[in-house]
Design a protein around this ligand. Structure first.
Ligand code: F6R
Length: 347
């Protein structure tokens, strides 16, 4: 079943362009669904783990493109927000399995007052049966415990949703390029392999990103923790000086997600901050970014056409690869991380 790959995780990482392409076919379905959402004045995402990170990206997209106030709530913390829901609230449940107990519990509550939409990968799962509206992500079965292709598929559905709500034709067009951008990243796997050999010694990693790249930093750090057992901490780049900068010292690897765009300049100054304190910076940025090439000792180069807004769909791929190869270097099985299950059916 692994079709020649060593692990399901690497097979699934390599299936991501297809997963995005297949999920883009949901456009018409999403167009039909949102016809019912004219009266929506607030959106709440409810999710856990990786699906929570996809939701955070959704908040940024929906608020900045469609101007609809949007919250992101961890399913396990949902009860505090219950009384704020009403008939003009749309509650979106993101889940690859469609069976996560905390999300299901919140869904039953939300169904009493509000419109509910599930963005789910597993057809016929509990969330698809109980949500009022469903968008099916088209990643195909995901066996590796660490979510990879389901994450980019969730993002694809969210981008379609936000772009259609905002009637943003430019973004809708840009999305069609994403599968090719992902495949380009996958061609450069050797760079990531050699990076993983140089950094697998680390006990701690930091991941920094700003704006659309902040959830990417969180997700990159989660992938590292769950399979390599290295402590990875994702941070909004601007929050660094409000505490964690105290932890930055000689030799600590800091992954900086820095695509071209509005937040580039500020993220660059954060990069310089950590570098001057001795951090080993691993930057993920545009291939033609000359300033980055000068300032960062190590840069993974991505097609410059990947703009800041679509970066979350592409920049996560090298971070998944980095976690995978570090895990291989350390001799652990990335498909079966200790203590974790693919589907969390207890609260
Ligand atoms: C991380 C991972 C978990 C899940 C979380 C939610 O790689 O897979 O963090 O994202 O348990 O699961 P779903 O999306 O099935 O609700």
């Amino acid at each position: 079943e692994k079709e020649g790959y060593d692990h399901f995780m690497i097979k699934e990482i390599n299936e991501q362009a297809t997963a995005v392409r297949n999920t883009l076919t949901q456009r018409e379905n999403i167009e039909n669904i949102i016809k019912d959402f004219d009266d929506i004045t607030r959106i709440c995402f409810v999710a856990c783990g990786t699906s929570y990170h996809a939701s955070l990206t959704g908040k940024y997209l929906i608020e900045s493109l469609a101007g609809i106030p949007t919250d992101v709530i961890l399913a396990s913390e949902f009860k505090f927000s219950q009384k704020t829901l009403n008939e003009n609230t749309l509650v979106i449940f993101i889940s690859q399995s469609g069976e996560t107990a905390d999300s299901l519990k919140a869904l039953d509550v939300a169904n009493e007052t509000s419109k509910t939409l599930g963005i789910v990968n597993v057809a016929g799962s509990s969330i698809t049966r109980r949500a009022q509206y469903v968008i099916q992500t088209q990643a195909g079965p995901e066996i590796g415990v660490a979510a990879t292709k389901t994450y980019v598929s969730q993002l694809t559905a969210i981008y379609l949703f936000a772009a259609l709500m905002a009637k943003d034709e430019n973004l809708l067009n840009e999305l069609n390029n994403v599968p090719d951008f992902i495949d380009e990243v996958l061609k450069d796997v050797e760079s990531i392999k050699s990076m993983s050999k140089r950094y697998n010694y680390a006990k701690d990693f930091f991941y920094l990103g700003r704006g659309y790249s902040y959830p990417t930093a969180l997700e990159g750090a989660l992938k590292l923790k769950e399979i390599s057992y290295i402590h990875g901490e994702g941070y909004a780049a601007g929050e660094l000086k409000h505490g964690p900068l105290a932890l930055i010292d000689e030799g600590i690897p800091v992954v900086v997600v820095i695509p071209p765009g509005d937040s580039h300049k500020k993220t660059m100054s954060n990069l310089e901050e950590v570098k001057s304190r001795g951090a080993r910076v691993l930057a993920f940025g545009a291939a033609d970014d000359e300033e980055l090439a000068l300032k960062a000792p190590e840069v993974f180069k991505i097609n410059p056409e990947v703009s800041e807004i679509i970066a979350p769909l592409v920049y996560i791929v090298p971070l998944q690869l980095l976690s995978y190869y570090i895990t291989i270097e350390k001799g652990f099985d990335p498909d079966k991380p200790r203590n974790l299950a693919k589907c969390v059916t207890v609260e």
